[in-house]
Design a protein around this ligand. Structure first.
Ligand code: FCB
Length: 437
């Protein structure tokens, strides 16, 4: 069951989230290749050998998709613009690409949906990837130029702008763990990306402010890191992972410096003179976006830093194998307010679950239970004083789930990838009942 709408303040924002590469279809409208196109073209990187070239064909079907958001009663839509569509070579604006987002934003406004823009949700132009991508310090200036280009076209109509989605994924998952584009496993590349991604955020924030942009933030992901047993090595492993995942980015953007437990392994590989950038990285934010899905347990691991090993936990799991632990959302929201952001407005910018489609593609009782439990967990944090202003479900549609391909289904709306037919699931109807009464 979803909670009563009245449990939340009248001005609390309910929305859905998507990202460009996962739904649009990457090649249309004069877009250039992104590093996700080349990563996906590399054997063994995507579970089902698929890619985002067609995805949900949202590039052509966006009016129908926006109708679905409005009809469920949501008042906001978190979407991303594709850098490779807006700037096919990474630097030169593509009018056709900008036109697409211009129409999309107007389409949201026509339907009474507040546009929540994310400038970067991972589709880096391949031309910039060729120059080292996030390993190259120049990315900060390139990214700021791109954000300003977007802002000049649609900034007059968006309700809010996030620079980046999930820098942990952009840097660590992609350059150290190798699971996302560009698929590197290299600590020097990872350390540089961990720093440059933040430098890009700060540089873009400043450039956007100069343009007069309002309501600026960043979207960070948080994942509970706990020891798998009572021993000191597991405790230490969880502490290091917590520093890399849950502290590195929030501390830096709030001007609190990098956490010691992560610097121990990363400092030797950071770009020289990194300390001088810390002020640029931390201009004031208007809000913080929080993505929360799960917890991970860490056991002692032999060998090189960071020495921990993720192990399977005992809780019920989603189709992704991710443990379901709603109280983690309450814990992060209260911890973030207490340790880092104080009364700064917070949005849950992503939360959701994947569940395989059964014979009845609209039946998703586990998703409804998941959403209800996480909304109540969010409310519990508000009751403890957290300044939470909104909740965005991930995702509107089943879509291209990165390295997992099209297997996982996160959508409130089922997508048939042969016909592209959209079918609202029971969870979509549950939201509609909650939001429209
Ligand atoms: C988040 C991503 C989003 C989607 C969900 C399941 O890490 O921001 O694109 O993949 O996980």
């Amino acid at each position: 069951m979803l909670p009563d709408r009245k449990a939340f303040p009248p001005d609390f924002t309910f929305g859905v989230a998507t990202s460009a590469y996962q739904i649009e279809g990457s090649g249309h409208g004069g877009a250039g290749p992104s590093h996700w196109d080349s990563f996906a073209a590399t054997p063994g990187t995507i579970a089902d050998g698929s890619n985002g070239s067609i995805a949900c064909d949202h590039y052509h079907r966006w009016p129908e998709d926006l109708d679905l958001i409005r009809d469920a009663g949501f008042s906001a839509y978190r979407f991303s613009t594709s850098w490779a569509r807006v700037m096919p070579d990474g630097v030169t604006a593509n009018p056709q690409g900008l036109d697409f987002y211009d129409r999309l934003v107007d389409g949201m406004l026509e339907r009474g949906l507040a546009p929540y823009l994310t400038c970067y949700h991972w589709d880096l132009p391949a031309a910039l990837s060729d120059l080292g991508g996030w390993q190259n310090r120049d990315i900060a200036a390139r990214f700021a130029d791109y954000c300003v280009t977007i802002h000049r076209r649609i900034g007059d109509r968006v309700a809010s702008t996030a620079t980046l989605n999930e820098p942990w994924c952009i840097a660590w998952l992609s350059h150290f763990l190798g699971h996302h584009a560009p698929g590197l496993r290299d600590i020097r590349a990872a350390a540089r990306a961990m720093h440059h991604v933040l430098l890009a955020h700060g540089t873009a924030m400043q450039a956007l402010r100069t343009e007069g942009a309002k309501n600026l933030g960043i979207v960070l992901n948080f994942e509970t890191a706990q020891p798998a047993d009572d021993g000191p090595d597991a405790a230490r492993a969880a502490e290091v992972q917590d520093a890399i995942y849950n502290q590195w980015f929030i501390r830096a953007v709030m001007g609190q410096g990098y956490p010691q437990a992560a610097l121990e392994g990363l400092e030797p590989h950071l770009p020289q003179g990194w300390q001088a950038d810390m002020e640029t990285i931390a201009p004031p934010l208007d809000w913080l976006g929080v993505n929360y899905y799960t917890r991970r347990l860490y056991a002692a691991g032999a060998g090189l830093w960071p020495q921990g090993e993720a192990v399977d936990g005992p809780l019920p799991k989603t189709q992704m194998g991710w443990e379901i632990r709603p109280e983690g959302l309450t814990e992060f929201l209260t911890r973030l307010a207490h340790d880092h952001v104080g009364n700064l407005p917070i949005l849950v910018t992503e939360n959701g679950m994947s569940a395989a489609a059964g014979p009845d593609i609209t039946a998703d009782p586990h998703r409804i239970a998941f959403i209800g439990d996480h909304l109540r967990a969010a409310k519990a944090a508000m009751d403890q004083g957290v300044n939470l202003r909104g909740f965005f479900y991930w995702s509107l549609l089943d879509n291209f789930e990165w390295g997992w391909g099209y297997g996982p289904r996160f959508g409130l709306v089922h997508v048939d990838y042969d016909t592209m037919a959209r079918t609202p699931k029971a969870s979509w109807h549950a939201f509609r009942r909650m939001l429209r009464g």
